[in-house]
Design a binder for this molecule. Structure first.
Ligand code: LLP
Length: 421
């Protein structure tokens, strides 16, 4: 459920007509609903009720400071994967003890930054990383709390580019070798083992792969405890999918996911962390764009928008399907036409949708891409020197631009022409 609904024939974000915001901000832009973000965070929090738990928002999904502050103020922790994301979480007011640091290639600088600023734990992904962290922490006179990310060799049955839990993926250490890795961790100075971490992929649409992975983690918990490790925390990663296509079977709900977590690891008495990103932010954001031209091609018509692949790369990168709706509600029963929906960038990959049935649309009309709140703005680039598009947040009838559109000067001023040229 989200808060982007038609009211009196006009698409609204909560209480505000989307067209009004478009008139004020200009298109294209990302638009988020605070109520939807809050609701999705709460769903996860409530789903884990009864367990000692922390819902750590995966900052990579939507990293605007306003979004992080909104969630952080509700008690959310943050899952960060870079020094930049760590800085964002802290700038949004999230204390270090609620920040987990994930990622397969943390640098020593990033480790030092998080150790100095405070961190809940590092989710360590390899032995070389663990040794580096030990050296950095020891040098700083600190102890780094860690989990080891284990790779359970489970097929997440999602898009290959976002599956992470198979043995051939670059992530984590093979679960079969976990005991030796923990033995080394226990012996390293400056390292304190606090738990186990797992994350098998993103946009999972069924519980079975999670359950298989978590069952392996439960088993490993018992083994590691028998080896003398104080396993008191389980980070179960993120990955629960969202319904991009309404006609498809809906993925499991956070309540069902939470019940499965209780079933698989609840008996262990561990504190449980999860790292959802997409399910919190995905349906809490839309991308609003304007039709520049309607062009008739050979056997098909093109809807050329002012948004492009640089603004929303998911269709080009993952063949992702985003629902596209007109901002003015179509009359009931109106005849639909087939369009290829494209952006102005000079590559064929700049195609949002092929042969999409849409209600009549004309030059100047506004459209919205649904489910664009996660991995939308954060993956945008300035390819073709198209400025990063603004982000806008709505709460009730409040509207705020939470990232302004840069001017061409802002962009050009980042470049330097050497004086010897
Ligand atoms: N934790 C870790 C360690 C992760 O790698 C990820 C996502 C998450 C949590 C959050 O997963 P989520 O709950 O959002 O599924 N750009 C891609 C998605 C990449 C996901 C990468 N890792 C897309 O647009 O589909």
């Amino acid at each position: 459920m989200d808060h982007f609904l038609y009211r009196d024939g006009a698409l609204h974000a909560e209480d505000v007509p989307v067209a009004e915001i478009a008139a004020r901000v200009g298109t294209p832009f990302y638009l988020y609903s605070a109520a939807t973000l809050a609701r999705h965070y709460r769903l996860f929090d409530e789903a884990l009720e009864g367990l000692d738990h922390l819902v750590c928002f995966a900052v990579k999904a939507a990293s605007n400071l306003a979004i992080l502050k909104l969630l952080g103020d509700m008690g959310a922790g943050m899952d960060v994967v870079s020094g930049g994301e760590y800085a964002r979480a802290r700038a949004a007011g999230v204390p270090g003890e609620r920040i987990v640091f994930s990622g397969v290639g943390k640098t020593r600088e990033e480790m030092a930054q998080a150790l100095a600023g405070g961190v809940r734990q590092f989710n360590v992904e390899s032995e070389p990383e663990m040794r580096a962290l030990s050296a950095v922490a020891t040098q700083m006179g600190r102890t780094a709390p860690i989990t080891v990310r284990v790779n359970p060799d489970v097929d997440a049955r999602t898009h290959a580019k976002i599956a992470t839990g198979k043995a051939e993926n670059k992530f984590g250490v093979p679960i079969s070798r976990a005991r030796e890795v923990y033995a080394e961790a226990a012996a390293l100075p400056g390292i304190e083992v606090v738990g186990i971490d797992v994350h098998i992929g993103s946009q999972l649409t069924e519980l079975a792969p999670f359950e298989a992975a978590y069952a392996k983690v439960a088993e490993l918990t018992e083994l590691l405890r028998a080896d003398g490790h104080d396993i008191r925390r389980l980070d179960l990663g993120g990955g629960l999918g969202i319904p991009y296509e309404r006609s498809n079977a809906a993925p499991p709900l956070p309540t069902e996911y939470g019940a499965m977590i209780k079933r698989t690891v609840g008996h262990l008495g561990c504190e449980v962390e999860i790292e959802p990103g997409r399910l919190i932010a995905g349906n809490a954001g839309i991308l609003v764009s304007r039709v520049i031209y309607v062009k008739s091609g050979e056997g098909r018509d093109f809807l050329i928008l002012d948004a492009a692949m640089n603004d929303l790369i998911r269709p080009a990168m993952y063949d992702a399907w985003h629902e596209i709706v007109p901002v003015v509600e179509p009359a009931p029963g109106v005849a639909q036409a087939r369009f290829d929906v494209v952006g102005p960038v000079c590559e064929t990959g700049d195609t949002f949708a092929r042969e999409r049935m849409l209600p009549p649309l004309a030059e100047g009309d506004l459209v919205a891409f649904r489910s664009a709140g996660a991995y939308g703005a954060v993956m945008a680039s300035e390819y073709n020197t198209r400025p990063l598009i603004p982000e806008v947040l709505v709460r009730g009838d409040h509207v705020a631009v939470i990232r302004a559109r840069p001017s061409f000067d802002d962009i050009l001023n980042r470049d330097t022409i050497p004086e010897w040229l």
